[in-house]
Design a protein around this ligand. Structure first.
Ligand code: SF4
Ligand code: SF4
Length: 245
């Protein structure tokens, strides 16, 4: 198996949630109790039993109509995953990366304590890691490793009826993503591929990333944890305070 990647073309997403359901079914994850919150978001967030979540965001465009942004969220299977870097220093074997495909996998056998989990979650620029608190077991998208090693597509990709979800060899996926970006840019000049050099789940977005979801795009460089990035951010302030006395 070669290096793999997803291409997630949000311009084609209708928010049908087929991918979300297919992910639950394949992973035999229990349904999550849904409640009416006055919007379409259900469940409200990722969890140890929801690895794929279609995020809905309604934005009021100044002077215009409300606009919907759909974001089928999931682990990005980072090229150099900061979650693994942190986990390796805390609880060996909790996070593994497949050498061939690049899939980043949370071990279902290794227990993680709440303090270590907090640091692992904070290290992820996309806020993906979740834990089954009772069992101390972390969980997230597995890239459907059990399917792809048998030559099948991940369940979300197989199910998506619109062509939003794509998966394949990284080289082919990058080619496909760049080709589609060039097409989309003719209509949406601000379109871009989110962190495409750093991740294996590449989202095509056409607007300010924050309109989709606050963690849609990494704010800090991959490989630097959110905590370290914050420290860097406040370093100049500390320096200024020293200067002012
Ligand atoms: S998106 Fe987050 S959980 Fe997934 S590999 Fe990257 S750092 Fe780890
Ligand atoms: S199945 Fe495809 S179109 Fe439906 S919500 Fe998921 S990504 Fe969007």
């Amino acid at each position: 198996m070669a290096d793999k990647s997803f291409f997630i073309d949000t311009t084609k997403c209708t928010a049908c949630r087929g991918c979300q359901i297919a992910c639950k079914q394949w992973n035999k994850n229990p349904g999550t109790k849904t409640i009416q919150r006055g919007n379409h978001q259900n469940p409200s967030d990722l969890s140890a039993s929801t690895f794929k979540l279609v995020r809905f965001n309604e934005v009021e465009i100044p002077g215009g109509e409300p606009k919907w942004y759909f974001f089928p969220d999931q682990c990005r299977h980072c090229m150099s995953p900061p979650c693994k870097e942190v986990a390796d220093g805390k609880v060996k074997g909790a996070i593994l990366q497949d050498e061939k495909t690049g899939a980043v996998i949370f071990s279902p056998k290794v227990k993680v304590n709440p303090a270590d989990f907090k640091e692992i979650r904070e290290s992820c620029p996309y806020d993906i890691p979740r834990i089954n608190a009772g069992m101390g077991i972390m969980a997230k998208c597995t890239m459907c490793f059990d399917r792809i090693k048998e030559g099948m597509l991940p369940a979300c990709v197989k199910t998506c009826p619109t062509g939003t979800m794509n998966f394949g060899d990284r080289k082919d996926i990058l080619e496909k993503a760049n080709k589609r970006l060039a097409e989309v840019k003719k209509v949406y000049k601000d379109a871009f591929l989110a962190n495409s050099d750093d991740v294996r789940a590449i989202f095509l977005l056409v607007d300010d990333a924050k309109r989709y979801y606050k963690f849609a795009v990494a704010e800090n460089t991959i490989g630097i944890t959110r905590k370290m990035a914050l420290k860097r951010l406040f370093q100049p302030l500390t320096g200024l305070r020293d200067l002012i006395g």
